[in-house]
Design a protein around this ligand. Structure first.
Ligand SMILES: *[C@@H]1O[C@H](CO)[C@@H](O)[C@H](O)[C@H]1NC(C)=O
Ligand SMILES: *[C@@H]1O[C@H](CO)[C@@H](O)[C@H](O)[C@H]1NC(C)=O
Ligand SMILES: *[C@@H]1O[C@H](CO)[C@@H](O)[C@H](O)[C@H]1NC(C)=O
Ligand SMILES: *[C@@H]1O[C@H](CO)[C@@H](O)[C@H](O)[C@H]1NC(C)=O
Ligand SMILES: *[C@@H]1O[C@H](CO)[C@@H](O)[C@H](O)[C@H]1NC(C)=O
Ligand SMILES: *[C@@H]1O[C@H](CO)[C@@H](O)[C@H](O)[C@H]1NC(C)=O
Length: 370
């Protein structure tokens, strides 16, 4: 008995030290600096990806640690990586792009590029999940969109996936065609928590999918699209970011707030951001809808955002004339300030644990400036 207690205390102290060592020795700006072969400022276990590094493909680095529970950082050198990334591991994983401007997404020099779409005569009609550039989900089935009011029936014994996935200074591009031509995802996240900082997601249709039990937070990031380009079942919070309109189709947002046995606040919350056309040659004045309900439990809020003249006077639209999908459970809002909707005013009030409890926010990097 007398020995056990100190041993346990020591083990606990070592555990704390290890976790802190990973976090404390991390200097993001220094770690991401170009030419940092010695990995100054990075956690010791950091993996490097680049033309002359240990790994040439990002997915190879991810696969090399797939069975390990401990946190990892992967540092990616400038370049174009044509690959799909799948993150199934539960342990923290942060992907960092090399840059001398870690607080400016417009200077990002790492592009992860894929070209795929579905749902048209020329593509075939496989699930949207096959198209995504970046997928974070514990299993392939957990990432499936499916059809009908509640989508694909993910098996009930599916474990939760990544608890703290992050990207900093990366661009994810799905460039199947330069216009909406079927679902063509750049991001797909389900059964996982993901934070995206100084990150760009560029496609035309269904750019960002936040699936079942998916939690996504974006800061100083950009999402570009034309049709229904934020869609899903989970919870997405975007702040201080750019929503770039590459045309208008459907709505900017299209959500399915699926009924659960517990109260849910699934939805898309866009705060303090800019919503505007991608460039001045687009003639789309008054044509873009803030959203349309993918099912009647759709919930979307644009709060304290700048909306340019591309947005139509009605703000939102119904799904279609024949099938409006609007009832008393549909929430489609735009607020000029924060005062008016207390139940949704902070991340701790909307991000839920898989069991339904609120306050699932430990994975959010509150002050990511380097
Ligand atoms: C990546 O591709 C773009 C577009 O093709 C090109 O302009 C750029 O130079 C490429 N970047 C690198 C680092 O090769
Ligand atoms: C897209 O991915 C699917 C599934 O992997 C594949 O069958 C199809 O050929 C791909 N399409 C293109 C245009 O590459
Ligand atoms: C990633 O997932 C997609 C969709 O299931 C699959 O087509 C692709 O082969 C996977 N890629 C890797 C590298 O595992
Ligand atoms: C994924 O779902 C399909 C369709 O429901 C099912 O046939 C398959 O067994 C599932 N795969 C796994 C690994 O659960
Ligand atoms: C403006 O944006 C659209 C949509 O992305 C693109 O097709 C077009 O080439 C862009 N035009 C210019 C001049 O950049
Ligand atoms: C609205 O949601 C509540 C709670 O989930 C449900 O009981 C009710 O049937 C829904 N109303 C409609 C019209 O779907």
């Amino acid at each position: 008995m007398s020995l056990q207690k100190p041993t346990r205390l020591l083990a606990f102290a070592i555990l704390i030290a290890t976790v802190q060592a990973t976090r404390l020795s991390f200097d993001r700006g220094l770690c991401q600096r170009p030419g940092n072969e010695a990995l100054h400022g990075c956690p010791k276990s950091t993996l490097r990806v680049g033309p002359h590094a240990e790994f040439q493909h990002i997915q190879d680095a991810i696969d090399s640690i797939s069975d390990r529970p401990d946190p990892f950082v992967i540092l990616v050198e400038p370049g174009n990586y044509t690959e799909q990334l799948n993150i199934t591991r539960a342990g923290s994983l942060w992907l960092l792009g090399v840059t001398d401007s870690p607080n400016d997404r417009t200077k990002n020099s790492v592009n992860v590029i894929w070209h795929n779409a579905t749902g048209t005569a020329t593509t075939g009609t496989y699930d949207n999940a096959y198209t995504s550039t970046l997928t974070i989900a514990p299993t392939f089935n957990a990432s499936l969109t499916g059809t009908g009011p509640t989508g694909f029936a993910v098996p009930p014994d599916t474990p939760f996936g990544n608890v703290d996935f992050r990207t900093y200074n990366l661009n994810f591009i799905n460039d199947y065609l330069p216009y909406a031509a079927g679902p063509s995802l750049a991001l797909s996240i389900s059964y996982a928590n993901g934070g995206f900082y100084y990150t760009r997601f560029l496609s035309y249709q269904d750019t960002v999918y936040v699936g079942k039990l998916g939690n996504a937070y974006m800061y100083e990031s950009e999402v570009a699209g034309q049709t229904d380009f934020f869609y899903g079942f989970g919870t997405c919070w975007i702040t201080d970011s750019l929503v770039s309109l590459r045309g208008c189709g459907g709505g900017i947002t299209a959500w399915k707030g699926t009924n659960t046995r517990f109260e849910n606040k699934y939805g898309i919350y866009i705060h303090d951001s800019v919503v505007q056309k991608a460039n001045s040659s687009l003639a789309i004045e008054g044509q873009c809808a803030l959203g349309r309900p993918w099912n009647p439990q759709h919930r979307s809020i644009f709060a304290n955002c700048y909306l340019d003249d591309s947005i139509r006077a009605s703000g939102y639209i119904q799904w279609s004339t024949a099938d409006p999908r609007v009832n008393q459970n549909t929430s489609m809002a735009e607020y000029r300030d924060f005062e008016q909707y207390a139940p949704f005013e902070s991340v701790s009030e909307v991000f839920q644990f898989p069991s339904g409890g609120f306050g699932n926010t430990a994975w959010i990097h509150r002050h990511p400036r380097a």
